[in-house]
Design a protein around this ligand. Structure first.
Ligand code: HAM
Length: 418
């Protein structure tokens, strides 16, 4: 019997690992420069945590969550997203006591029973940040700036930022009433899901992917017209801060977000060439979530992005990541005595962080030369009869053919300089 990987999941093969490591390292670096510290939470949590935070009626909870019972019949779920677990940990560990403004970032796999396609998987990797502890609009802009900085640091260009305000609890009431009024005459034309959404979460009617439902989106009332004075001011301050940082954005009143916890600012980073799964990252404010999960009322904002979509976007745009995929040097030895001479050198070069390969199974000089060419290494370190007798090494540049005669002790200096 041959085993197959579960549908919607993938292996990160060795040839791709360097790109993944590079992208995660740039995210870590960017998050650190904004003062964020890493948090790692378990891959599974009590399922109730997600039901409560993402919303009972959300697609994530209704259709996409991997739920299971443990041996004692307790209900758990593989995390479909990272915000609720981070907030759970924030409350459980009293992180707010250590610092009133808590800045956390995370990287890890999430699980959703989605219909797999390019850019959409059942196990996918998110990077995300959560800023907990202030309602100041400056932080909305700062969180957005971090993602912008990250994407630019990777060299991505063909993307844009869309922002919206989904208001607070009180201004949502009037808006949802207006939405219902607008959609009521069209109810018979809406899909089954939207008919349920109409009663439970009318805002989700704007987020439906079914084309016959989408046509009504254009004329639908906009939340922005229903913002109360406080929310309006917050939204305009966020924009002011973005403008001060010269961050370009588009206002898109149709940004709803699929999870229930959002208030005020909502935003998405869209890549312009990814087909249907073109949202690289999304997030927003969630000022009520912490109290909903049992903490003290504390405002917060964050976002998460998907690494797979990001890597697809980088590929689509033709951005070459500066990752090492080939050895710097390849060792070629004529026999055991030459190898004995090379062994301490090999250890020292590797200790200096230089990628050096050697093929112990190829005994002839010619076969080793061939292996060195095939490896794509930039240099060959050659130890033949002459080198062994006189105690030097030949460093051959495999691209130019140029050769240098060096003392073994000088080798790492030359390779590191190149
Ligand atoms: P989300 O919009 O559900 O938000 O997901 C964020 C990002 O994760 C998406 O923009 C996308 O890049 C990626 N993503 C989502 N589902 C999949 C999938 N099935 N396959 C591949 N990539 C996917 C959240 O998860 C919120 N927790 C974000 C947040 C943080 N809001 C506040 N703080």
């Amino acid at each position: 019997m041959k085993y197959k990987i579960p549908r919607g999941t993938f292996d990160i093969l060795p040839k791709d690992s360097a790109s993944w490591q590079y992208v995660t390292s740039i995210f870590r670096k960017t998050a650190s420069s904004y003062g964020y510290q890493e948090i790692t939470t378990p891959i599974f949590e009590q399922s109730d945590l997600f039901e409560r935070s993402s919303g009972e009626s959300s697609d994530v909870v209704q259709k996409e969550m991997y739920r299971f019972e443990d041996r004692k019949g307790r209900s758990f779920a593989l995390r479909p997203e990272g915000t609720a677990p981070v907030v759970r940990s924030y409350v459980e560990n009293n992180l707010g006591v250590l610092s009133p403004r808590t800045k956390l970032y995370y990287i890890g796999p999430m699980f959703r029973y989605d219909r797999p396609q390019a850019g959409r998987y059942r196990q996918f990797y998110q990077y995300g940040i959560e800023f907990i502890g202030s309602d100041h609009p400056y932080y909305d802009a700062e969180v957005i700036a971090l993602e912008m900085e990250f994407l630019k640091a990777l060299g991505l260009q063909k993307f844009h930022l869309e922002i919206n305000s989904v208001g607070c609890k009180s201004c949502s009431v009037d808006y949802e009433t207006a939405l219902k009024e607008y959609f009521r005459p069209h109810l018979p034309e809406l899909c089954g899901d939207c008919q349920t959404r109409f009663e439970q979460k009318p805002r989700r009617l704007l987020d439906c992917k079914v084309p016959s439902c989408r046509q009504f989106r254009v004329q639908a009332p906009s939340q922005i017209d229903f913002l109360d004075a406080g929310c309006k001011e917050h939204f305009s301050s966020v924009q002011q801060y973005l403008q001060q940082m010269k961050i370009e954005y588009r206002i898109n009143p149709a940004i709803v977000r699929g999870l229930d916890y959002y208030t005020n600012t909502a935003f998405e980073f869209i890549f312009e060439g990814l087909g249907a799964q073109n949202t690289l990252a999304g997030g927003g404010r969630y000022n009520y979530l912490i109290e909903q999960i049992g903490g003290k009322p504390t405002p917060a904002i964050g976002f998460a992005g998907g690494f797979e979509r990001l890597l697809l976007a980088l590929e689509e745009e033709g951005v070459a990541l500066p990752v090492e995929t080939k050895p710097t040097a390849y060792l070629i030895c004529a026999g055991e005595a030459a190898l004995a001479f090379a062994m301490p050198m090999l250890r020292d070069l590797r200790a200096a962080g230089i990628w050096v390969d050697y093929n112990a199974d190829k005994t002839s000089f010619k076969a080793q030369m061939k292996a060195s060419d095939q490896s794509g290494a930039r240099f060959a370190i050659i130890i033949g009869e002459d080198e062994l007798q006189e105690g030097f090494v030949t460093l051959k540049n495999l691209q130019s053919g140029e050769q240098l005669r060096l003392a073994p002790a000088d080798l790492s200096g030359v390779l590191l300089k190149d």
